[in-house]
Design a protein around this ligand. Structure first.
Ligand code: PLP
Length: 369
């Protein structure tokens, strides 16, 4: 969306006027590979279990929900504990309408000093910063999109950010940082009284251990997770953070009362009861990522090594916007993330992946072959 000519009578904040709303195109396609969703829908059994639970709580919708979502936060703590061998309780968890609301709350609570991130990375971190009015500082990455830890530490020391964002696996590149590197950064942020925010939206697809295992040692660390990606639950809107108790307490200051509806809490609780089924397709998607990568490499394309459920690739002869359009003309919707010479594709189900590969072959090698 290009810049809007806002009417003069509208008292819109000056700093909002140049911004564009977040807008991954929602257009119909045969293969929807643009927003990193899990392509496998909920089974009829899980859908029925959610419907039954919603039916049960619907009789109470005249009442406000549990404002503190205790049952859900306990279930999320148990889930993280079972994955990472930790011992968190509900007090270490904050839950919200998607991890985007978590990020917004972090800016509302801590955004009085600048925020730092390392681009290219998740575009919502700077966008939410701007909407809240927090100064955003772009630290860079190396040409291969890896994070230069020494440079990052000196940027932290200079800018003294209240919030430093690291996404691992990173979106849109799929690259990861190690726990040792995260520890290095968390110490650097502690020295400037800042918080390190590790966005682990894709952690379940990665073989790196979660940064939640560092929380016992580092009180200025926050790990953000979501049920939108591996968990196949994007439509329900449920994200959460794991941190020490004091940081969770600060979230109570900025949350809207009753921000998580009774329906959301009920649906997410049921989803967590079915966690092994819902996460059951993660290994299938990791295998599929490997085969999509090798198909692209066979076509002479370059793929950045990814530990997520998406990849970025380059090496095609036309501008990204043109290839994006040619794929859409063939029913395949991927993502132009605005990176020079690269496009991002989400790993889909078998039919979607083949459709993507076939369309790419048609375009790059020619219909006749
Ligand atoms: C998709 C994504 C999220 C967020 O999603 P929600 O659906 O709001 O939980 C957060 N961080 C990154 C890096 C993402 O790619």
């Amino acid at each position: 969306m290009s810049e809007v000519n806002w009417p003069l009578w509208m008292p819109l904040r000056e700093d909002l006027k140049p911004l564009s709303p977040y807008g991954a195109p929602q257009v119909p396609a045969q293969a929807t590979l643009n927003t990193n969703e899990n392509p496998y829908p909920l089974s009829p059994e899980i859908a029925q279990a959610i419907a039954d639970r919603v039916h049960r709580v619907a009789g109470n919708l005249n009442r406000y929900p549990d404002r503190d979502a205790i049952a859900l936060r306990s279930a999320l703590a148990n889930f993280i504990n079972s994955l990472s061998g930790t011992e968190f309780s509900a007090d270490n968890i904050w839950a919200a309408n998607g991890s985007n609301e978590i990020i917004q709350s972090l800016f509302m609570a801590f955004g009085h000093r600048p925020a730092l991130g390392f681009t290219p990375s998740y575009s919502m971190h700077p966008l939410i910063a701007k909407v809240i009015g927090t100064q955003w500082i772009d630290g860079g990455r190396r040409a291969d999109f890896s994070l230069d830890i020494a440079k990052a530490k000196s940027e932290i020391a200079t800018a003294k950010p209240a919030l430093t964002f690291v996404t691992t696996p990173n979106n849109p590149t799929g690259s990861t940082v190690t726990l040792a590197e995260i520890e290095d950064l968390v110490s650097a942020t502690a020295q400037v009284n800042g918080l390190l925010i590790v966005d682990e939206a894709y952690a379940e697809f990665s073989d790196q251990p979660s940064a939640v295992t560092l929380l016992a040692k580092h009180s200025n660390l926050i790990v953000i997770r979501t049920m939108s990606k591996a968990f196949a639950f994007a439509g329900a809107r449920l994200g959460y953070m794991v941190s020490n108790v004091e940081l969770v307490s600060a979230m109570f200051l900025v949350r809207l009362p009753y921000h998580l509806s009774t329906l959301t809490q009920a649906a997410a609780e049921v989803a967590l009861e079915f966690q092994s089924e819902l996460l059951g397709n993660v290994s299938t998607l990791i295998q599929a990522r490997k085969s999509v990568v090798s198909e692209l490499e066979k076509m002479g394309l370059q793929v950045v090594p990814s530990q997520a459920n998406f990849i970025i690739f380059s090496g095609f002869p036309m501008p990204p916007a043109q290839l994006w359009r040619q794929l859409l003309d063939r029913g395949v919707l991927i993502r132009d993330v605005g990176l020079l010479a690269h496009l991002r594709v989400t790993i889909g189900n078998e039919a979607e992946n083949s459709k993507f590969i076939k369309a790419l072959q048609d375009i790059l090698i020619g219909e006749g072959q």
